[in-house]
Design a protein around this ligand. Sequence first.
Ligand code: TEU
Length: 542
Amino acid sequence: MLDKTKYGWWKSAVFYQIYPKSFQDSDGDGIGDIPGIIGRLDYLAELGVDGIWLSPVCASPQADNGYDISDYRSIWPPFGTMEDMEGLISEAKKRGISIIMDMVLNHTSDEHRWFTEALKSKDNPYHDYYVWRDGEPGTPPNDMRGCFGGSAWEYVPSLGQYYFHQFAVKQPDLNWDNPRLRRELYDMIRFWVQKGVEGFRLDVIDSVAKEPDRKITARGPRLHEYIRELSANAFIEPGIVTVGEAWSADTGEAIRWSSPDGSELSMVFQFEHICLDRGEEKWDSRPFSLPKLKRCFERWQRELHGKGWNSLFLDNHDLPRAVSHWGDDGKYRVESAKLLALMLHGMEGTPYIFQGEEIGMTNIRLGLEEYEDTETLNMIAERREMGYSDAEILESVHRQSRDNARTPMQWDDSENAGFTTGTPWFAVNDNFREINVKSALSDKNSVFYFYKRLIALRKEHPVFREGDFTLLEPEDETLFAYIRAARTERLLIVCNFASEARRWRAPAGFESAPVLLANYPEPEGDLRPWEARLYLAGEGEK
Ligand code: TEU
């Protein structure tokens, strides 16, 4: 059992992300909820995860599915009550699972009390909790665009001012230059620590020191000053695990963010690997290159080794499903889902499993009018305006929409995949009859049991946590192989990223090494389509 009071316990942990709206409905309203999560804790304990990253559950008008918080200290009623949340924290803890809350500190909902107060007048005490500029209608302070399309400035006639919003109009950015605002946020986080929350995922945290007049959002000049203050005032106990979402982070920044002196955060989510096959915009694609992906992981592994700490993930609630993005979600769905798990979890860092990834859930292909995500809907409207055909738009949406990750969790082959007895808030993927937890738990060769074994191996062998990283065959277009070496044991992970078999022989030092884990029976000789193997050389320490 991990000692979660100590700094660094997360370096031997595996976390699981729950998007509550789509995980498990308990009261038949078609929306996932906290009692539903409690009812599935034994499943997560069976998988062997040590913590749950819970996407936002606080009060929200749901303009961005909860990433628009209107009250940080209450629960959105369709998700449940504060007692339900306290129950989740204690029931999870009984199973050795920590709750890591998703904290949105960059912006609030426009229905938050602070913002409704701020709208009242320029000298209202809450006005300066947000970012305002005087101006005339139709002439915003500059041409900055929001991440979801359109101008990043919204005009308020009664004030003769614009407010800044990096995301939806209903998500006004907070002004971190205001020390009173920062104090309120720290106090709010302490409120949740006192409730027993043991960690936080920090939404777009690299944007809180924004300087919109200079068109700076991410990595503002005062960013690390603010993060150090946040850490010192809110993440006081050394065992609190924190992961910052930092789209702008490179390895240098990530080392600062995750410095072992504990002055900032435990780690960040960086997105370099995610963006490798994106074009100018996320909706446009570039050809996938395995050598580029390998070099990217190699750099992050080698540059953070001994200096910082990596998070490891392939998907989340904002991204397409891993097996559809990087694997083969058709003929070799099971083999490639397992291959991706081994490729990722064999590296140094804390792995994150997104709900459904452990059973190989896939993207969904809907008609344009069936999508729900605000970012997707804005893109459809904008690109239609720009003259894109619906066919072109649909191809981008199928490939990149955040809704790919937000289809209800597939529990069994009953109606609505066992997610709800009501009408699901969003479309259930038609493949739920074949791809679901119930069938996975009854098949010892399922993706689920592969993850379970992999998680157990990570806990048994220190080399996963401590080993260095050596990439083999960097230029090979379909082979991803690397070695992790620590004091007395060495791992070799080999993956065939292709739907064709290929020649392969174990390198020197591994010719007679046992295969600890594989996604095919009798793993020896050449590699079959999407075949992955984990070899252990040297006497593993117990
Ligand atoms: O995401 C930040 C963010 O930049 C992504 O939304 C990104 O722009 C998009 O997904 C490109 O792929 C965080 C949350 O994860 C996201 O769900 C929220 O919508 C967003 O912040 C605003 O809170």
